[in-house]
Design a binder for this molecule. Structure first.
Ligand code: NAI
Length: 326
């Protein structure tokens, strides 16, 4: 099996080479993203391995299909970046890694909540400059406050369990409620109205696109904290900026951003960022953004590499019976 990797970083090479000792697949790592210009590189390969900001639209899938690609192995849980109808039409099999470490993302979610609340991101720089003044660092007890989780799947449920330990009241909204959820299910309107903190844990799909918008923000408590470690498209960024400016939103923690494709995962420290919306977001003192690092733990990267290669191995041996998207 010849596998073409796209959007490869050094850590991908390290973890995949280690996992590949078991399989000895022929892997070629491309640093470039997969898009309409680079899909041509898939010629002479059997499998394409893609990540979250690769764009597998109809044109790209057509090129992959023309090049004889049989399998698209996503090394992510999300698959909103793949045109699944077209993949189906071409008979391209798509597999993913549904669960690599929900703990990694859940713990990062809690890290954003704690950092924003206690202003750790500001305190760090103050102390470095021998500024030990506390003005402006005032936080609030999480104990007794209410968190509303939109999406109570694997990650949402772990966030619920962690925050239960902090003594928070846990509310949840999900299209498909789960018996293991350690909180109270309510409808979306009640969740928006009652929550001090709202955290998003649904996939991005037609129903969840811009679930946080001008109307939903208007239903929230004044000074609400919004956290998004799921997918950027869940939030209407302009509406959130307006909410921050009017002080309706008191805190915003993001690990994902709607237009992250051209920004995240790259060192742009010497570049001019031409996304004015993103730059506006970073200008707020009560906004904390990380660059899609929720998944980035040793355990998660090990599981991603092992599951992705196992998916490919099962496909090759006609024993693929799990982790199938289409
Ligand atoms: P999951 O599939 O276990 O849970 C998703 C939940 O959302 C399910 O309970 C489902 O019923 C619910 N849901 C689906 N459509 C809905 C709708 N229209 N309205 C309300 N609820 C709906 O997924 P998991 O593992 O908990 O992941 C959640 C999201 O986290 C993923 O979709 C992915 O986008 C994101 N993620 C982010 C990572 C990061 O590095 N920041 C890494 C991994 C995942």
């Amino acid at each position: 099996m010849k596998i073409a990797f796209f959007s490869t970083k050094k850590y991908d090479v390290d973890f995949f080479n280690h996992a590949n000792k078991k399989y000895n697949f022929d892997i070629r790592y491309f640093e470039t993203k997969l898009n309409e210009k680079t899909a041509i590189l898939s010629k002479k390969f059997d499998v394409v391995c893609a990540f979250v900001n690769d764009n597998l639209n109809r044109k790209v899938l057509k090129t992959l299909n023309d090049n004889g690609i049989k399998l698209i192995a996503l090394r992510s849980a999300g698959f909103n970046h793949v045109d699944l109808d077209t993949a189906k039409e071409f008979g391209l099999r798509v597999v993913h890694v549904p669960k690599y470490s929900p703990y990694a993302v859940a713990e990062h979610t809690v890290a954003l909540i704690l950092s924003l609340n206690r202003k750790i991101h500001k305190a760090y720089f103050r102390v470095k400059e021998n500024n030990f003044a506390l003005d402006g660092l005032l936080g609030f007890d999480l104990h007794g406050k209410t968190i509303g989780l939109i999406g109570t799947g694997k990650i949402g449920r772990i966030v619920a369990n962690i925050l239960k330990g902090f003594g928070m009241n846990i509310l949840g909204y999900d299209k498909f409620p789960n018996d293991e959820f350690q909180g109270e299910y309510v409808n979306l309107d009640i969740l928006l109205k009652k929550s001090d903190i709202i955290s998003l844990h649904t996939p991005l799909n037609k129903e969840t696109y811009h679930i946080i918008n001008k109307k939903s923000i208007s239903k929230m408590k004044n000074g609400v904290m919004i956290i998004n470690t799921s997918r950027g498209g869940l939030i209407d960024t302009q509406a959130v900026i307006e909410g921050l400016k009017s002080k309706k939103i008191g805190y915003l923690g993001l690990d994902v951003y709607e237009e992250e494709e051209n920004i995240f995962f790259e060192d742009l420290s010497s570049e001019i960022i031409d996304d004015d919306t993103f730059v506006r977001l970073t200008s707020f003192p009560n906004v904390l953004i990380t660059g899609h690092q929720g998944f980035f733990t040793c355990e998660a990267l090990t599981n991603i590499a092992e599951t992705t290669l196992e998916n490919i191995y099962n496909f090759k041996n006609n024993t693929l019976n799990k982790n199938i998207v289409v």
